[in-house]
Design a protein around this ligand. Structure first.
Ligand code: C2E
Ligand code: MG
Ligand code: MG
Length: 633
């Protein structure tokens, strides 16, 4: 007769209860990994509990009825067989192998488990796994099948880990999956060699903790500030449901999120986000709510829900403020409805669609309920294509520079030029900067692109006689990202030296976007001025313009954005003349952009502008054409 020692299982069981407490306290994403982990947790509780009770009962066999011992031990064995099967399934999920996809493989993989359970259930009557006699608990003739089943799944797990290890990108996850299976293996050896200590349970608890720390912790899928599921959760859910596509998504974005965040401050804004998520959870309990960075909310639910109605409700809710004890926020939202039921959408496509749609919604606002369709996808494909062309052009040093003349308003003679970047698609057609500059800014290639433009401008100056052309300066555009670089001046200087040019030939154009951090801006401009560079303020009047701020700024020239030039030419008012006068008082020269007609040119000259730029004089043209056109002055 065996005398069971429960002194290790009881504390293990208590530790398990703590893990369960943490696990159940947080919302869990309904994906296979989490469902299986939940099953493991519950089953582990059953295994340990029945291991304790049945061991106690076996020790007391002389006073307890046989049927009770049989039932207690059978439940234990049933959950014991289930345990290894669940650990095996979790291993396959982490390895991104869907064992249920292929019917034959699924049946073959289930046979040992099902056979084992049949032996265990029938064993209640046949005594094949265990039997109870006057000495108490005894192993039956088929008890060894428990180990056959266990090692079948363990070694299949090891085989799969080896075969599919590359599907797990993170090294620590690869180590974890190997680790928890090894720990189960060690535990099983203890079960064979020291059966009465019931050590196997403790080892399985260790495996369970490793899984919790590496894959199972619900916090991995949560956005802390509002307890909504995060973008990792969204990807996991969509990837898992890629082939079913039986859901719809209502996504919305807080418009001008970054500006609004600056106005309300981080703490208030985070409270607002938490309030919105709480509202979604309470009002749409059948939906999953996700939060992506940048004020983007995603509500995902069944196809039969009335999404138009939900959109209406939310639109109305956003007309009211979001209020808590210490926050009251008035927010605007832009909405997009994404229907994933028609046609096949891969996870990447759905996620891209969400991000494009929300970008649009941010601009369009709450009245627009945009439906995702093929256009959105093709727009995304175009963007990828532009990005590829841009990267290609940068790598091959094939970014082209076009020049557009700046003429003196009084003499109409060439005085300067603006260098404008161009790249080409595979068919040789020009892609405009509006399509590729924002992409280059996003993926960090803008610095290289800017350096290339700068170098090509230097090359142009060194190869052509600017004096004959009458060209006193060439304007080069700087993205705010480039402008913030502390080594910008040094880099430009060394390029200038390479071509033997002085920095005063080049004027650097920046926009007001670069002026958000005034101190930083002043420091940078001062530093660059010491090197000899001059600065021009581009697109004045496009954003929120601040005249007093300009008072301190050492620009040589301010370029009026074409929108305000056009507005003035269409309906003259007092404002633009006053602005130009103010600039003159500050000793800035003024350039009017977007001059398309003689009348516009005349009006801007009358206003006091020094330089004119626009289609009336010339569109931006390739460097060689420009050189040829103005070669004779
Ligand atoms: P920007 O610096 O304000 O450049 C002026 C834009 O107005 C150019 O557009 C030019 O082609 C266009 N334009 C000039 N005259 C007229 C006109 O009479 N009518 C109309 N409708 N448009 C006119 P482009 O070349 O498409 O460049 C757009 C923007 O892309 C530029 O605006 C500038 O912000 C940016 N960009 C261009 N090249 C570079 C570059 O090398 N680096 C950086 N960071 N940005 C660049
Ligand atoms: Mg410009
Ligand atoms: Mg401009």
């Amino acid at each position: 007769m065996l005398n069971w020692n429960v002194s290790l299982v009881v504390p293990s069981f208590l530790v398990l209860l703590i893990i369960m407490g943490y696990y159940f306290a947080l919302p869990r994403l309904p994906v296979r990994l989490n469902k299986t982990y939940l099953a493991i947790l519950i089953n582990e509780g059953v295994v340990m509990l029945f291991d304790i009770i049945s061991s106690w009962a076996d020790n007391m066999h002389d006073i307890l009825p046989v049927w009770l011992l049989v039932i207690l031990n059978s439940v234990y064995f049933f959950s014991l067989a289930l345990r290894i099967f669940l650990f095996f399934e979790l291993t396959t999920i982490v390895l991104r192998v869907n064992i249920w996809k292929n019917k034959v493989a699924a049946i073959l993989l289930c046979i040992p488990y099902v056979a084992e359970q049949i032996i265990i259930i029938t064993g209640m009557f046949t005594g094949n796994i265990f039997y109870i006699n006057e000495n108490g608990y005894n192993r039956g003739p088929l008890h060894f099948t428990i180990y056959v089943c266990l090692y079948f799944y363990l070694f299949t797990s090891f085989f799969m880990i080896y075969k599919f290890r590359m599907r797990i990108r993170r090294k620590h996850e690869r180590v974890s999956i190997l680790c928890f299976n090894t720990i189960i293996l060690i535990g099983s050896i203890f079960r064979i060699t020291l059966p009465t200590l019931l050590l196997y349970d403790t080892f399985c608890l260790m495996a369970l903790i490793i899984i919790y720390l590496s894959f199972g912790n619900p916090e991995f899928y949560l956005e802390r500030r509002n307890m909504a599921f995060n973008s990792k959760a969204l990807r996991s859910y969509i990837e898992e449901n890629e082939e079913h596509g039986k859901y719809k998504i209502l996504a919305f974005v807080i418009r001008d999120y970054h500006d609004v965040r600056e106005i309300y401050g981080t703490t208030q804004m985070d409270q607002g986000i938490a309030l919105i998520s709480a509202y979604l959870r309470v009002n749409y309990p059948d939906c999953l709510d996700f939060y992506n960075q940048g004020g983007r909310f995603i509500l995902l639910g069944g196809v039969n829900m009335d999404w138009e109605e939900i959109h209406e409700e939310l639109r109305h809710r956003f007309m009211l403020p979001w209020t808590s004890d210490d926050a009251e926020l008035y927010l605007e939202a832009g909405f997009a409805l994404i229907d994933c039921t028609e046609g096949y959408f891969s996870a990447d496509e759905v996620l891209n669609m969400i991000s494009i749609m929300l970008e649009k919604a941010d601009v369009l606002g709450s009245d627009f309920n945009i439906l995702a369709d093929e256009n959105v996808l093709s727009e995304f494909q175009d963007r990828i294509e532009v990005k590829r062309c841009m990267e290609n052009a940068i790598d091959r040093k094939a970014v082209e520079v076009f020049f557009q003349p700046l003429v003196s308003a009084k003499t109409r003679k060439l005085v300067g030029a603006e260098a404008l970047a161009r790249i080409r698609d595979n068919d040789g057609h020009i892609i405009p900067p509006a399509a590729f500059i924002p992409l280059a800014e996003k993926n960090g290639r803008i610095n290289q692109l800017g350096e290339q433009v700068f170098e090509k401008v230097c090359q142009f100056i060194s190869e052509n006689d600017a004096n004959i052309m009458g060209l006193t300066f060439i304007n080069v555009n700087l993205s705010p990202i480039q402008f913030m670089r502390s080594d910008l001046g040094k880099g430009f200087l060394s390029t200038l030296n390479m071509y033997g040019i002085t920095p005063d030939r080049i004027h650097l154009e920046i926009t007001e976007e670069s002026m958000t951090d005034e101190q930083q801006m002043e420091k940078q401009i001062r530093l660059m001025q010491n090197y000899g560079f001059k600065f021009v303020l581009d697109d004045y009047g496009k954003g929120y313009s601040n005249l007093t701020r300009l008072k301190k700024s050492p620009f040589v020239n301010v370029k009026l954005d074409m929108e305000i030039v056009w507005d003035y030419c269409n309906a003259p008012d007092e404002i633009l003349p006053m602005m130009v006068e103010a600039f003159k008082k500050m000793n800035f020269e003024v350039t009017a952009e977007g001059i398309e007609t003689e009348e516009m040119a005349w009006k801007m000259t009358e206003l006091g502008c020094d330089y004119l730029q626009g289609m009336l004089f010339s569109a931006p043209i390739p460097a060689e054409d420009f050189a040829q056109k103005y070669a004779k002055g």
